[in-house]
Design a binder for this molecule. Structure first.
Ligand code: ADP
Length: 494
C-alpha cells in the first residue's frame, strides 16, 4: 500500500501575484497554498507573461527546456521556477506566445492556449523531483491538457498514472475555434474519436468541450452552480455533458483570502474593527459617506454594489427600479465598470439624487475595501453567479448581503429567518426587479426598527467561515477519489 503525499500540478493561466484579471487569479494564488497546508504536494504552472513584475522574474531559475510539437510546428518551451510563499511555481517560457501586453485577446489565442496545454503535458516527464499524480486544469485555457495527455502519451507509465481534473470557473468562455485548428494546431485531425469529442458543429471545435469529456473528474466553484449547469439556461450548450457526467462532477465553493480581507488589520480602511468590537464600523461609514459626497447620516442605511456592470450581475434589475428605490430613505453607492448603458444610467440617477446615490465608474481596489467596511448592505442580484467573492468579503466586514438565490450566492448567504433570527443576509428567488426591491426594503425596515436583530445578523455574518482551508479539504477529498491507493495517507491523518 502506498502511503505518501498526493502530488498535484495545478495548471492555470492566472495566479496572484503573477497574473490576475479575475476570480481565477485569486484561486490560483490562494488554493495551492491551502492545499499545501492541508498536506498535499501542490505545485503550480502558469505562462511566463511579460507583465509579471520584475521582482519575481529576476528571482526565477531555469529548470529545463525542450521542444513541443504543435501540428506541423516544433516550438521552444522553457520551464522556469520560483518558490513563493512555500509553493513551487513553474513558468512556461516562450516569448513568441507570452511576451505580450495582455494575457488574452489576441487573434492566435487558440494557438497560444494549445501551446500552453501541450507544454504542461510534455513537461510532466522533465520536472526533476516531481512525479505528478493529479493534473488539475482550470477553464478553457488548460482544457486541452487532458485531451493531449490521453491521446499522445498512451502506454507511457508515467502518464498513465496521472489523473486529470478540470475546474470550470466561467462557462461563458469555452474556446470555440475554427475547425482547421484541429489539424493545423492540435494535430488531432487524424484521430476521429478525438475530433468528434472536440467538435461542436461542422465548422468549429470547442476546447472546453474536449476537456470536459476527457478529464477524469470535473468541478465547479459552488454546489448550486454544479446543479444549475446541468440545465440548458445555465449550461451554455454544454449542459448535456454535465448531466451525462454528473457522477464525477463536484461543486466546491471558493474561499477568500482572510488575511487580506480582515477588518481588524486591513491597511486600506480608516478605522479597524472586529466581530467583538464593531464601534469603529460606524466611523468607517461616516468617513465613506463623506468621501462619496453622500449625506453623512448614521441612521440612513448605506447599500453598496461592487462589481462588473453587466447583465450577469443583475444590472437590468437595478436599472428598472433604481429611481423608485431612491424615493425611500436610504443611500446607494455603486463601484464598477462595464456596459456603457449601465454606466450612463448610474450617472443619470446620481445627478437626480445628489447626496443619495454615488456612482463610482472605475476600478478602485482601495475604495472597494473602504466600501466593504463602511456599508450596511451589499447588493448582488446576479442573473447567474458561479461563486462570487464580493458577498463573502462583505460578510467578513459585517456588511449584510442582499442576493439573488443563484449559484454561489445561494450557497454562501443564509437568508434572514424572522421566526428564528437566523441568517447572514437577505435573498430573493426570481429574477424580478420588484422582488429585489421589496427584499431590500424589508432589510431597510429591519435595519431601522430592529437594530438588535440586525446586530445579531452581523454577528452571524462575521462568524461565517469562508477560508480556503475548507475548500482545500474538499479538493483533497476529490483528488483522493481519483487515487484510492494513495488515500490512506490522508485518511490516517484524520
Ligand atoms: P467576478 O464575476 O467579476 O469574478 P466576483 O464577485 O467573483 O465577480 O469577484 C469580483 C472581485 O473583484 C471582488 O473582489 C470585487 O471586490 C472586485 N471588484 C470588482 N469590480 C471592482 C471595481 N470596480 N473596483 C474594485 N474592485 C472591484
Amino acid at each position: 500500500m502506498i502511503r505518501r503525499k498526493l502530488r498535484v500540478l495545478f495548471a492555470a493561466f492566472e495566479a496572484v501575484p503573477f497574473m490576475k484579471t479575475g476570480g481565477l487569479g485569486d484561486v490560483g494564488g490562494s488554493l495551492p497554498q491551502a492545499l499545501k497546508a492541508a498536506g498535499c504536494e501542490c505545485r503550480v504552472m502558469i505562462p511566463k507573461f511579460m507583465t509579471i513584475p520584475e521582482e519575481y522574474k529576476s528571482k526565477m531559475t531555469h529548470v529545463t527546456d525542450f521542444y513541443v510539437s504543435l501540428g506541423w510546428r516544433n516550438v521552444y518551451c522553457g520551464i522556469e521556477k520560483l518558490v513563493y510563499k512555500d509553493v513551487t511555481y513553474y513558468f512556461v517560457d516562450n516569448e513568441y506566445y507570452f511576451n505580450r501586453e495582455r494575457p488574452y485577446g489576441y487573434f492566435d489565442d487558440g494557438e497560444r492556449v494549445a501551446f500552453f496545454s501541450k507544454a504542461i503535458t510534455e513537461s510532466l516527464q522533465y520536472l526533476p523531483d516531481f512525479k505528478c499524480d493529479v493534473l488539475h486544469c482550470n477553464d478553457w485555457h488548460t482544457a486541452l491538457a487532458p485531451v493531449f495527455l490521453r491521446e499522445f502519451y498512451q502506454g507511457i507509465p508515467l502518464y498513465e498514472n496521472v489523473k486529470t481534473v478540470l475546474s470550470v470557473h466561467n462557462l461563458k468562455f469555452q474556446g470555440q475555434m475554427s475547425d482547421y485548428v484541429l489539424g493545423d494546431v492540435l494535430g488531432l485531425y487524424g484521430i476521429p474519436a478525438a475530433a468528434s469529442q472536440l467538435r461542436c458543429d461542422e465548422r468549429s471545435i470547442n476546447f472546453m468541450k474536449g476537456g470536459l469529456l476527457y478529464s477524469d473528474v470535473l468541478s465547479t466553484v459552488s454546489r448550486t452552480y454544479a446543479e444549475e449547469i446541468k440545465t440548458p439556461f445555465f449550461g451554455e450548450r454544454l449542459d448535456f455533458i454535465f448531466r451525462d457526467r454528473q457522477s464525477v462532477l463536484h461543486g466546491i465553493m471558493n474561499g477568500i483570502d482572510t488575511k487580506l480581507w480582515d477588518p481588524a488589520t486591513d491597511p486600506a480602511i480608516p478605522e479597524h474593527f472586529s466581530a467583538e468590537d464593531r464601534d469603529n464600523k460606524k466611523k468607517c461609514k461616516a468617513l465613506l459617506q463623506e468621501e462619496l459626497g453622500l449625506e453623512v447620516a448614521p441612521d440612513l442605511p448605506l447599500i453598496v454594489m461592487i462589481g462588473r456592470l453587466t447583465e450577469q450581475k443583475g444590472m437590468d434589475l437595478v436599472q428598472r427600479v433604481l429611481g423608485e428605490l431612491l424615493e425611500h430613505p436610504l443611500e446607494i453607492c455603486v463601484l464598477g465598470t462595464g456596459d456603457r448603458q449601465y454606466e450612463e444610467m448610474l450617472w443619470y440617477h446620481a445627478s437626480q439624487y445628489p447626496g443619495r446615490l454615488a456612482a463610482c465608474v472605475r476600478f478602485d481596489e482601495s475604495l472597494s475595501h473602504r466600501m466593504y467596511a463602511g456599508a450596511d448592505m451589499l447588493l448582488m442580484p446576479s442573473l447567474f453567479e458561479p461563486c462570487g467573492l464580493s458577498q463573502m468579503i462583505a460578510m467578513r466586514y459585517g456588511t449584510l448581503p442582499v442576493v439573488r438565490e443563484t449559484g454561489g450566492l445561494k450557497d454562501s448567504v443564509t437568508p434572514y429567518n424572522k421566526y428564528t433570527g437566523e441568517g447572514t443576509g437577505f435573498s430573493f428567488a426570481n429574477y424580478n426587479a420588484h422582488e429585489m426591491m421589496f427584499t431590500i426594503l424589508d432589510a431597510v425596515e429591519l435595519y431601522r426598527d430592529h437594530r438588535d436583530v440586525w446586530e445579531g445578523l452581523m454577528d452571524n455574518a462575521m462568524a461565517a467561515d469562508f477560508s480556503w482551508d475548507r475548500a482545500a479539504r474538499e479538493y483533497l477529498d476529490m483528488y483522493e477519489g481519483t487515487h484510492p491507493e494513495v488515500t490512506p495517507y490522508f485518511k490516517k491523518k484524520d
